[in-house]
Each structure stands twice: as structure tokens, then as C-alpha cells.
Design a protein around this ligand. Structure first.
Ligand code: OSB
Ligand code: MG
Length: 370
């Protein structure tokens, strides 16, 4: 058995509401869907790289290039269809974790579908549902932010994360706490600060935050460890965590107390599981971050977050929080208890709707051996 065909599609979908972080305001998302075909079964994956290199150095164009010219040809040439073999063999290439992960995810979906099992079962997930949190971008005004938070809490979200940047940080937390003194609240800076802001960031200790996510730029494990010694709020690393090696170094240095796992950023499920297991062993909780994925990428996140050491609410929200019409059927919904049910059907367990994929497709390419 081996993969007969691999398909890449570049899609663009508008958000229901703009999403603003410390680095940009976005109204839509460009991303890649990967499909792998074997004996009439199709596995789906998503590449979370964006059009511009703002979150990390990858873009949809770099991802397309390395998939087309390196990852896909080697996969086809070596007749690889198992995701663990894929992870090992692609180890010869450096970097490009989002591109790498997109194809690995498709192979995981394929493998689970061929076994007739839901994805989470084949890699050791144990939960029935995962805890849904919501990431709320920077808004034009404070009342708009408070209104959005109010609406999300009504929908059942168990934790609110806000994006912060200099000028929209402690002052905003103070406003939120006036109205919502008891909610689970955390903040994400996406690297907008530097060690010179340490005293300013220390003020965040007054707002009972679950964590402060990625205050400094990605390659700054050392200054994160200096900050973590100065503040009480747990630091959580997102952009800095690129592999099990960076996790080990971050924990040895004391750069964080919580780890955000995104399969795209660390290059797939195999690496994610290594990080999960290592953190579990060290009693460091992890949670699943998001990249505003379509339902296909989000389905993979939902299954991943069923592993036992995912102990904080995740950045996994209902389909309608992101897109008017998601690519999958059924859409992800939030339950009254603030969880999202893990699909039980084989593979990702939700059905990608091909007509919707086609409607959103800008470009498509098919790859075969020969
Ligand atoms: O830093 O967690 C982040 C979205 C795009 C890029 C980076 C981040 C985010 C989010 C959204 O916070 C999380 C989600 O998908 O709901
Ligand atoms: Mg983040």
C-alpha cells in the first residue's frame, strides 16, 4: 500500500469578525488544505501558515514550495503512508514545520480512517470532550471588547484570552476585571515586549491572570526566564516553542511554567506527543493553541487536546466564531457545559464539504508518483 495521489489546495476565507493581534489586523485567512489518497480513502490536513510571515517565518508560498519540491516527492518516492515513518524520513530536511505538519496530519487522518477509528484513539487521547476557550482580538474600543467578552461567556466559553500590546494591556485587564471579576482570563502579547518592559509587565500580577503568553519575541528564552523570576503570573510560551528541544531548554532555564502546543509550529503530531509526554513527566501543563483554522485543522486540534496533560482550556472555539460557513459538516459547536465533543467517526470524524472547499479555492495542484 502506498499513497496514490496528494493534492494541495490554496484557500481563502473571510472571518466573521476581524482578528487583531500585536502584529496585525486580519479580515480573512489564506491557508492550504492537503489531501492524501490511498485505496479510495482520503486523509485531510491543514497547513496553518498565513499569507505574510508575521506569526512565524513561514508563508503559504514557502509552504507550497517545500511541500511541492521536497516533502511530497520524498513521500511518494519512498512510498510512505504511515505518519510516524513520514516524521522520521522528513527529518532529513530542516525547518518548515507548518508545511511538514500539514502533510503529516493528512496521513494521520488517512491512517485512522483505514483503521475505522477516531483519530484520538489511535494516538492515546482519553477525553470525551475538550474545554473550549476563546481568543479575543484587540478591538477599536473598550466597550466593544467588553461586549464581545459578554457574548462569548453567554455562549458558554470557559476562558477568555485577550490579545495585548503596549497601550492595550494592564489598563484593559482592569476594565475587564471591573465587569467580570471571576472569569478565567489570560493575555497573549505575541512577542510585543522586551525585557525593558519587565516592570510594566509586573503590573499584570494584579489581575489574577491564568497566564501571560509570549511576552517577548520567539528567540528570547533567556529574557523570558528573567521575566518569569520577576513576576508571579505564569509565563506560557507559544512562538518560542519549536520542538521538544526548545521545550527542554525553556524548562531548564525556567522560561515558562505552561506550554502552548500548536501542531503547525512544532511540525506535527509525532513531535506534539513527545512534547506532551515530556511536559507531563515534568508536571508542566500544556494546552492546545489555535491558528484560526478551518474545521479541518480544528478537528485535528480537538483530537490532540484529548491527551491527558492538556490541562488548561484550549484556543479551540466553535466554527461560527471564525467563519460564516465552515468547511466541515457538522460544524463544531460548543456544549452548554463549555466543552466541544470529540467526534467519534473514523479519522477526524467530521466530513469536509468538497463544494465549500472548491468555492474557497484559489489554486490547486495534484501530485502523483511519475
Ligand atoms: O498567538 O495564539 C496566537 C491566531 C493566529 C496567530 C496566533 C495566535 C492566534 C490566536 C487564535 O490566538 C486562536 C484560535 O485559533 O482561536
Ligand atoms: Mg499565542
Amino acid at each position: 500500500m502506498s499513497i496514490e495521489r496528494i493534492e494541495l489546495s490554496l484557500l481563502k476565507m473571510p472571518y466573521v469578525h476581524y482578528f487583531e493581534t500585536s502584529f496585525s489586523r486580519e479580515y480573512d485567512r489564506t491557508f492550504i488544505i492537503v489531501k492524501v489518497f490511498e485505496e479510495g480513502v482520503v486523509g485531510y490536513g491543514e497547513v496553518v501558515a498565513t499569507a505574510s510571515p508575521l506569526y512565524s517565518c513561514e508563508t503559504t508560498t514557502t509552504a507550497w514550495h517545500v511541500l511541492k519540491d521536497f516533502f511530497i516527492p520524498l513521500t511518494l518516492k519512498m512510498a510512505i503512508s504511515d505518519p510516524v515513518d513520514y516524521h522520521r524520513e522528513m527529518g532529513m530536511y530542516r525547518g518548515h514545520p507548518m508545511a511538514r505538519a500539514g502533510l503529516e496530519l493528512a496521513l494521520w487522518d488517512l491512517k485512522a480512517k483505514k483503521k475505522g477509528q477516531p483519530l484520538y484513539k489511535i494516538y492515546g487521547g482519553i477525553k470525551e470532550g475538550i474545554t473550549a476557550g476563546v481568543s479575543v482580538g484587540i478591538q477599536d474600543t473598550v466597550p466593544e471588547l467588553l461586549n464581545r467578552i459578554h457574548a462569548f461567556l453567554e455562549e458558554g466559553y470557559q476562558r477568555i484570552k485577550i490579545k495585548i500590546k503596549p497601550g492595550w494591556d494592564g489598563n484593559i485587564c482592569r476594565e475587564i476585571r471591573k465587569e467580570f471579576p471571576d472569569i478565567l482570563l489570560q493575555v497573549d502579547a505575541n512577542g510585543a515586549y522586551g525585557i525593558e518592559d519587565a516592570e510594566h509587565l509586573k503590573e499584570l500580577d494584579g489581575y489574577g491572570l491564568l497566564m501571560l503568553e509570549q511576552p517577548f519575541p520567539p528567540y528570547d528564552l533567556w529574557d523570558h526566564s528573567r521575566l518569569q523570576k520577576l513576576i508571579k503570573t505564569p509565563v506560557c510560551l507559544d512562538e518560542s516553542i519549536l520542538s521538544l528541544i526548545t521545550v527542554r531548554q525553556a524548562l531548564e532555564m525556567g522560561s515558562c511554567r505552561i506550554v502552548n502546543i500548536k501542531v503547525g509550529r512544532i511540525g506535527g503530531i509525532v513531535e506534539a506527543r513527545k512534547i506532551h509526554d515530556f511536559c507531563q513527566d515534568k508536571k508542566i501543563p500544556v494546552w492546545c493553541g489555535g491558528m484560526l483554522e478551518s474545521g479541518i485543522g480544528r478537528a485535528h486540534n480537538v483530537h490532540l487536546a484529548s491527551l491527558p496533560n492538556f490541562l488548561f482550556p484550549n484556543d479551540i472555539s466553535a466554527s461560527k466564531r471564525y467563519y460564516k460557513q465552515d468547511l466541515i459538516d457538522p460544524a463544531f459547536d460548543i456544549e452548554p457545559d463549555g466543552t466541544i465533543k470529540i467526534p467519534r467517526d473514523p479519522g477526524i470524524g467530521v466530513k469536509p464539504v468538497e463544494t465549500r472547499i472548491q468555492e474557497a479555492t484559489l489554486k490547486r495542484e495534484i501530485f502523483r508518483n511519475h
